[in-house]
Design a protein around this ligand. Structure first.
Ligand SMILES: C[S@@+](CC[C@H](N)C(=O)[O-])C[C@H]1O[C@@H](n2cnc3c(N)ncnc32)[C@H](O)[C@@H]1O
Length: 223
């Protein structure tokens, strides 16, 4: 009984409060604006396969991919980089050689540019390239070795970008890891027959759907 009350009553608000404080502290600490949700309409997007802006929790990337597992030869890309929260995480805490962020919404892209400029002097990786483009048509640099999808889009759009990523590896064989947050299209990813799940980070949440939406997975692309 006590366990049930803790799980259902005490823990949910605790988890929400912890996340709220963590996100707010990140923005305050770095004098940036990455928090909050932005609807598709507010993003100025029309493709129903695009997903609203909702930043990754501040510790998610570092927990699914510890910085010690990244080298100075690695290059990071965030598909659907929004206000640049994950781009900043990658550039602040990892030894990446280069960090890319690809974002379709002009409004998000401009905020991300401001955010990166604001903390440029604190970045471990200073080579940050923010590109305003549709990920579906963006030419993926053949140097990318870590790709993040924090549920930026679904359906055929997601499949098309994954196909381009795999083509890039075939063109220029290399180790490629994929981080997928809120992996709603995981089946499509696994259907390619080219990825192997390596690690899962389950965010504790009281309901199944809510728990999935907070999950992060790491995959290794196989040849
Ligand atoms: C869930 S947010 C992810 C934000 C960021 N990656 C993070 O983790 O903090 C999804 C983002 O994908 C962007 N997006 C949606 N469709 C896109 C597309 N076709 N090309 C590029 N970005 C897109 C949205 O504008 C939104 O900012």
């Amino acid at each position: 009984m006590i366990g049930y009350v803790f799980e259902k009553v005490v823990k949910p608000p605790y988890v929400r409060a912890r996340r709220f404080v963590g996100n707010a502290l990140f923005d305050r600490r770095y004098h940036v604006e990455t928090d909050g949700e932005v609807s598709i309409a507010e993003l100025g997007l029309s493709d129903p396969r695009s997903v609203r802006y909702q930043p990754a929790g501040v510790m998610r990337l570092r927990r699914i991919l510890p910085p010690r597992e990244v080298s100075e030869d690695d290059v990071f890309i965030d598909f659907g980089s929004g206000k640049g929260r994950a781009v900043l995480q990658a550039a602040l805490h990892y030894p990446f050689r280069r960090v890319y962020g690809v974002e379709l919404s002009e409004r998000m892209h401009e905020i991300a540019q401001r955010n990166v400029e604001t903390c440029r002097n604190r970045l471990r990786c200073r080579d940050v390239r923010l590109i305003r483009a549709d990920a579906a048509t963006f030419d993926i640099p053949d140097e990318v070795t870590v790709a993040l999808f924090n549920n930026p889009f679904v359906g055929g759009l997601f499949e098309a970008v994954v196909a381009r990523l795999l083509e890039s590896v075939d063109r220029h064989p290399r180790r490629l890891r994929i981080v997928y947050g809120n992996p709603v299209e995981e089946d499509a990813l696994l259907r390619t027959g080219r990825v192997r799940p390596v690690r899962t980070l389950r965010g504790w949440r009281p309901e199944k759907e809510w728990a999935r939406s907070n999950a992060f997975r790491l995959y290794e692309v196989t040849r």
